[in-house]
Write a protein that binds this ligand. Structure first.
Ligand SMILES: [Zn+2]
Length: 398
């Protein structure tokens, strides 16, 4: 915001009968209310104004901590409106534009007591199955009567990818559904979906967890991302969220975009809007393994305990492996890939981690680790093209 603003207050006792002492606070430019000071005033008027300013100050602090929606008797995302203490399901309806419409399912748990709003989103990549199944399970696990605050669950953003078994992209427009945020309504399906998720999910939340995993061609070990923004308070909360989530390898992400209008990633869309948020990854190569799913569900539940949305004490992961740099290893040839190490292996710089042959079995490329570190993921299938990623090596922070 470039101009100075002042808070204008209107008392709405009676208008909001469930919250008789609440006030609505809105922002107007400072220049638009010169009359308050310009014409002087009686002592009564001045004291009234002073009182109002004090009230505004108190209310502004309260409003920042507790946006009005949280205390409302209902909470709406898309077509789902949950009343306090209940769950509702519905869809975020992306209208047709230059291509087809899309209807994204959503569940809203409006807890029995007020508290933070947490969004849980998966399936931007519709074949990262473990994360999608984890959120399906979360919908069955949560009881709104036990929740303080509100939980928005979007388990499957990229339905075309899921249905057509297309990894990485939305097959409708060939765009990555975790790269087009904050989105726009005059774009293709991915742009429009991203825009509506920004408006309906991100902007209504205080925190967001974006769940991913290894895609069908990625043998990935579990890890999470902690985005360091430079805003100390926000970073401290997101750091505690990532420790509460409990995955033992954490990538420190410092190079994500800073501009909320060019946020690209979902988590980054929340982070650049001042909402402490994290990204987590579990699952690999098309599998739905119980360990991966439970790592994700227990991580979400433990973050909810940390945020005081569920009773109980959050346990934090102790001494995780912090990774401060991810170095990709790309293939210099098209051919058949053979891995020599498994996901999670520690490798030395220069160690041979795999090789590529031509289609007749002749060696054409030796893949060597570009740095010492942990194999965060390695290609899970023989298909390999020139320039494609063979592995990501995470360099352990010192
Ligand atoms: Zn993903």
């Amino acid at each position: 915001m470039t101009h100075r603003t002042i808070l204008l207050l209107s008392v709405c006792r009676g208008v909001l009968p469930w919250a008789p002492h609440r006030v609505i606070v809105s922002q107007v430019p400072l220049g638009s209310i010169p009359r308050w000071g310009a014409h002087g005033g009686t002592p009564l008027q001045i004291s009234t104004i002073v009182f109002l300013f004090l009230l505004v100050g108190l209310t502004a602090a309260q409003t920042q901590a507790q946006p009005r929606t949280k205390e409302s008797p209902t909470f709406t995302v898309g077509t789902a409106t949950a009343v306090r203490g209940q769950k509702a399901t519905g869809t975020i309806d992306v209208p047709a534009g230059s291509d087809a419409a899309l209807s994204i399912p959503v569940a809203v748990f409006h807890g029995a007591r007020p508290g933070p709003v947490l969004a849980l989103v998966s399936g931007a990549h519709g074949t990262e199955y473990a994360s999608i199944i984890a959120l399906e399970k979360m919908i069955g696990m949560l009881d709104p009567a036990e929740i303080s605050g509100t939980v928005i669950i979007v388990p499957l953003v990229n339905i075309p990818s899921f249905e057509q078994k297309v990894p990485h992209l939305n097959p409708v427009d060939r765009k990555n559904m975790n790269r087009m945020y904050p989105g726009k309504m005059d774009g293709t399906q991915t742009d429009r979906a991203s825009f509506l998720i920004t408006k309906q999910v991100v902007e209504q939340s205080d925190h967001l967890i974006d769940l991913h995993g290894g895609d069908t061609d990625e043998s990935l070990r579990t890890y999470s991302y902690w985005t360091k923004t430079g805003n100390e308070k926000q970073d401290q909360i997101s750091r505690e969220m990532v420790l509460a989530f409990g995955l033992d390898h954490i990538i420190i992400s410092t190079e994500r975009p800073k501009d909320p209008q060019a946020s690209r990633y979902l988590e980054n869309t929340a982070t650049t809007r001042g909402k402490p948020s994290i990204t987590v990854e579990a699952g690999h190569a098309g599998t739905v393994e119980a360990d991966d799913v439970s790592a994700l569900t227990s991580g979400c539940l433990n973050v909810m305990r940390y945020l005081k949305m569920l009773p109980g004490t959050a346990t934090m992961i102790e001494h995780p492996v912090w990774i401060d740099r991810v170095v990709p290893l790309a293939s210099e040839q098209t051919g058949m890939f053979y891995p020599l190490v498994r996901r999670g292996a520690f490798v030395g710089q220069g160690m041979k981690v795999g090789y590529v042959t031509d289609y007749l079995g002749n060696l054409i490329f030796e893949a060597r680790a570009p740095a010492a570190g942990v194999i965060l993921y390695i290609c899970a299938v023989p298909s390999m093209t020139k320039g494609a990623t063979i592995a990501n090596v995470g360099v352990v922070a010192r």
